[in-house]
Design a binder for this molecule. Structure first.
Ligand code: MN
Length: 399
């Protein structure tokens, strides 16, 4: 099913800063938020440059590669500008992009991210964070060193582990969502999430159907809460495309009709076998293509892995690394945490441990917890006293 997008947006300098170094791009099917940083006016230049290049490079109807190429060029341009002008040296920006893309998978929403601006999805009334922050505190949370609550007030929460334009190349995270009418996406700079909790944000997104009104309301809330930073918000709503069936049906029908009318008197002899051969050729090609796709699919999906998300041990179907466009999906939340296994296993679990089957993944976790219980039993401490998981990473599950 084809979908159309409706949107709203707002950006505000906030209550404390003198300039707005955030930038936004609203150019259906491409939407983005960038939060610039750097001395002099570097931040403004970085965010504006990135979105400028992004907008002019991304072409309607592009696939995931087209989107990543646009991000790559945006990075190169910001980097180059910083190298050429020593006042701008070291400047950089976050970049969170939402684009409606098309490829063999059909029509999807792709979200590319570098830095700590965020994308959220409100679906069926539930708000989940799609992106993962590239920040020091996010890594500390993932490593189980601090809690989400501690991260929010951590003195070094400003430190990014990845940004656009600070190095000659950059790697962006890429996530995909198959859009469903009723989906509502939110892109925002940290000036919103630092001031307004996810629960309050979700409540506004559910209450105000008009995307512009919802943006205004959220900006107002961030300012009331202190407005310590620039605030930028883009909301993108997914709606069913009412005009779709007629547009698609017409040209296909026409083509067929034309083809049938054309052959005249002496055609059948040469036309017959040729057509047959062509059909055979296409069938063979299709079969080979199908086998290729099937084997990639098998490779990507026929296995499982166990990974620690935050503190929680989760079983995924798929492979820890992305295979083409196949992303791992959550198979089971085990209820076990890193506290239930030996510390020597933590790093391995954070990286993700491939398992041949779902049962083996479960057995693997059982073995690890038994191992830890045994070890604890030997040292005399109670095995059952793992303090309930304190880590609750929202939206950590890949879709
Ligand atoms: Mn900011």
């Amino acid at each position: 099913m084809s979908v159309v997008l409706r949107w709203g947006s707002a950006t505000d300098v906030g209550m404390v800063r003198e300039s707005n170094q955030d930038a936004m791009l609203v150019a259906d099917p491409l939407f983005a938020v960038a939060d610039g940083m750097g001395g002099a006016n570097g931040g403004e230049v970085a965010s504006a440059t990135a979105l400028d290049v992004l907008g002019s490079t991304f072409a309607d109807g592009a696939g995931p590669d087209g989107l990543l190429e646009a991000v790559r060029r945006a990075n190169a341009k910001v980097w180059d500008k910083g190298q050429l002008n020593h006042n701008l040296r070291g400047m950089g920006t976050t970049l969170t992009v939402l684009a409606k893309i098309e490829d063999e998978e059909g029509e999807r929403i792709a979200i590319a991210n570098v830095g700590d601006s965020r994308a959220y999805l409100l679906r069926n009334g539930e708000l989940t964070q799609v992106t993962t922050d590239h920040s020091l505190v996010e890594e500390m949370v993932r490593a189980g060193e601090i809690t989400v609550e501690e991260a929010e007030i951590h003195p070094r929460r400003n430190i990014l582990t990845r940004a656009l334009g600070v190095e000659p190349t950059v790697e962006a995270d890429l996530d995909f969502v198959v859009p469903v009418p009723g989906d509502r996406f939110l892109l925002c700079s940290d000036g919103l999430v630092r001031e307004v909790g996810d629960n309050q944000v979700g409540a506004v997104l559910r209450r105000l159907r008009n995307p512009d009104e919802a943006c205004k309301e959220l900006v107002g809330m961030a300012k009331t809460a202190g407005g310590h930073d620039n605030i930028t918000i883009v909301i993108v709503d997914v709606e069913a495309d009412q005009a779709e069936p007629a547009q698609i049906a017409a040209p296909v029908g026409k083509k067929k009709g034309k083809g049938k009318k054309e052959p005249k008197a002496p055609q059948p002899r040469t036309g017959g076998p040729l057509t047959f051969r062509m059909v055979l050729f296409f069938l063979t090609a299709l079969t080979l293509l199908g086998l290729g796709v099937a084997s990639v699919f098998w490779y990507a999906r026929a296995s499982y892995f166990v990974r620690a998300d935050g503190n929680e041990l989760v079983i995924y179907q798929g492979r820890p690394e992305k295979v083409l466009w196949f992303q791992p999906t959550l198979a089971e939340r085990t209820g076990k945490t890193l506290d239930d296994v030996l510390p020597s296993q933590h790093q391995r679990l954070r990286n993700g441990q491939p398992q041949a089957s779902f049962d083996e993944a479960r057995q693997y976790i059982t073995n690890l917890t038994t191992e830890a219980q045994t070890a604890r039993g030997l040292t005399g401490s109670a095995a059952t006293s793992s303090p309930g998981s304190s880590s609750t990473l929202p939206g950590g599950a890949p879709q």
